[in-house]
Design a protein around this ligand. Structure first.
Ligand SMILES: [Fe+2]
Length: 156
């Protein structure tokens, strides 16, 4: 089993435990949508696609495990670090890259490392592609404008 599949198996067990069918469907769409958009953006920006996909798969692990968005980025980074270390097939640098992106992904009005920005952009983009009526905040709008220009889209 490759490393992406290992992570998919882990996150699928989290999704499976969500009691509400509607929330479960939303979680699966969001997690897999974000991971695919991470692949697209990482590929476009010349970054590590595998790590981007893994960051996308794990970024809301705490949110869906604890069913709360409170502090979910920081707590999810810690939870993901433990998971990646336990799996034993990620280097220290890879673990840092993935958990760093998860740690900062709620700080969308700030700029961080390239992989961190891929995850933040993918997180916002998935919500807008899922619901074009999604009301973006000011910080999301400027991120969307940059993304629209980069990808040649007319998102807003
Ligand atoms: Fe998310």
């Amino acid at each position: 089993m490759d490393r992406i599949d290992l992570i998919r198996r882990e996150i699928d067990t989290v999704i499976e435990q969500i009691p509400s069918p509607a929330v479960k469907r939303g979680a699966a769409l969001h997690i897999y949508g974000v991971s695919q958009l991470c692949a697209l953006l990482a590929s476009r920006r010349g970054l590590d696609v595998e790590l981007a996909i893994i960051a996308g798969l794990l970024h809301d692990i705490y949110r869906y495990k604890a069913m709360t968005g409170r502090e979910h980025a920081h707590l999810g980074a810690a939870m993901s670090r433990k998971l990646l270390e336990d799996l034993g097939c990620f280097t220290k640098a890879e673990t840092e890259a993935v958990t760093g992106a998860i740690y900062y992904h709620s700080d969308k009005s700030e700029r961080h490392l390239p992989l961190d920005e891929v995850l933040k952009d993918a997180d916002v983009l998935q919500r807008i592609l899922y619901d074009p009526g999604y009301k973006t905040g000011t910080w999301e709008r400027s991120r969307m404008e940059r993304l629209s220009e980069e990808l040649g889209l007319r998102l807003r």
